[in-house]
Design a protein around this ligand. Structure first.
Ligand code: PLP
Length: 365
């Protein structure tokens, strides 16, 4: 099977556009006639500073990020932000609200508890299939900030109706690792948004933190310098220490590619691709099932079961792989199947999966 006919449904790191990979391949040994690869450049060189500046500029344009928000390209993954956020945002007020609708929100909540007093906005859920109505939430009005995860990657639970109006007095902090760059963001509603790049944006290694200016410089005294947003923001080229140069460069290529494609088109495709799968799953007479409340269904990660039968699912996965449909196994903590269909997954890939699902159902009634 040639590489061109492989469709990679991994939840991340995941597929990147072939055009982006080819451009990186072309530039690998000799970046813009410098005679060296980006991997060999000093992060203090003008060439690399230009790469960072272009990446930030294109991202600002793509996501319409206002000038009073800083874009930081940091290391340590989204998980490091689970601690960086309380270090940077808390002061004498160490109260926080955490809304947990899946494993990532839960991990963020666990780290936050080490820093202060956390209100659990909703009671722990038995199954992550959505979120109770706002009328059932407990929100501490005096908390320093309110944290939530916009798209829970493992369970495929995404906010499509977040109660912004009800929370307009809260400082919103959001983990958008797995749906960043898939739809516009109304920045006025957020103080800080962060996203590990390894889904829609680029390779693993870089985590994008977008933070409003007035929140910088107020970090707790105990904040490690490397986690201090202000240190990064104030350093030449936004590089406090050596950044993950190669990941930033690759993310930059993909951001430019997405900018050329247009966020409208990306969003439209995300809706189309996800509804192709959900519509078929829902019409399959419970042969295929997805447990998530319809309004919370993710456009990026689509977990489903095959007749709720582990053996049949193992067969599904091995036959799918033979047809070039790879990385469809559900997260190790939940099992089943999960199709992650990030920005770089073409509509044809989803169509091929759909055709396979139909055929598999016919052959295994
Ligand atoms: N948040 C979300 C929504 C994720 O999907 C992930 C990883 O998949 C993380 C956080 C953790 O990211 P990292 O592994 O980069 O720390």
């Amino acid at each position: 099977e040639s590489k061109d006919t492989i469709y990679n449904f991994s939840a991340g790191p995941c597929c990147l556009p072939k055009e982006v990979l080819k451009k990186a391949q072309d530039e690998l040994l000799n970046w813009h006639d410098t005679g060296v690869s980006v991997m060999e450049m000093s992060h203090r060189s003008k060439a690399f500073k230009d790469i960072v500046a272009k990446t930030e500029k294109d991202l600002r344009e793509l996501m319409k990020i206002p000038d009073n928000y800083q874009i930081l390209l940091l290391q340590g993954g989204a998980s490091t932000q689970f601690s960086s956020i309380p270090f940077n945002l808390l002061d004498d007020n160490k109260k926080m609200n955490y809304l947990v609708t899946g494993s990532w929100g839960k991990n963020a909540f666990k780290d936050a508890k080490k820093h202060g007093e956390v209100t659990e906005v909703i009671k722990p859920l038995e199954a992550y299939t959505g979120c109770p109505d706002f009328s059932e939430w407990t929100v501490d009005p005096d908390a320093k900030y309110f944290h939530f995860c916009d798209n829970e990657t493992i369970y495929g639970v995404e906010f499509n109706n977040f109660p912004y109006e009800e929370l307009k007095d809260q400082l919103l902090v959001c983990d958008m690792s797995s749906n960043f760059c898939s739809r516009p963001i109304d920045w006025e509603k957020y103080g800080l948004v962060y996203a590990g790049a390894q889904k829609n944006v680029g390779p693993a290694g870089v985590c994008i933190v977008i933070v409003r200016d007035d929140l910088l410089g107020k970090q707790l005294d105990s904040t490690p310098d490397v986690l201090n947003y202000k240190k990064h923001a104030d350093s030449p080229g936004h590089c406090y220490n050596t950044p993950c140069c190669w990941s930033i460069y690759m993310a930059g290529l993909n951001i430019t590619y997405m900018l050329e494609k247009g966020l409208d088109k990306i969003e439209e495709e995300a809706k189309l691709k996800s509804s192709m799968l959900y519509d078929y799953i829902d019409s399959s007479d419970d042969y295929y099932t997805n447990p998530v409340d319809k309004i919370f269904r993710s456009r990026m990660n689509i977990p489903f079961r095959v007749k709720k039968d582990d053996e049949l699912e193992a067969k599904f996965l091995s036959e799918a792989a033979k047809e070039g449909l790879i990385e469809l196994k559900g997260h190790r903590t939940v099992g089943g199947i999960r199709a992650s269909i990030y920005n770089a997954m073409p509509v044809e890939g989803v169509q091929k999966l759909l055709d396979f699902m139909k055929k598999f159902r016919e052959e295994n009634p």
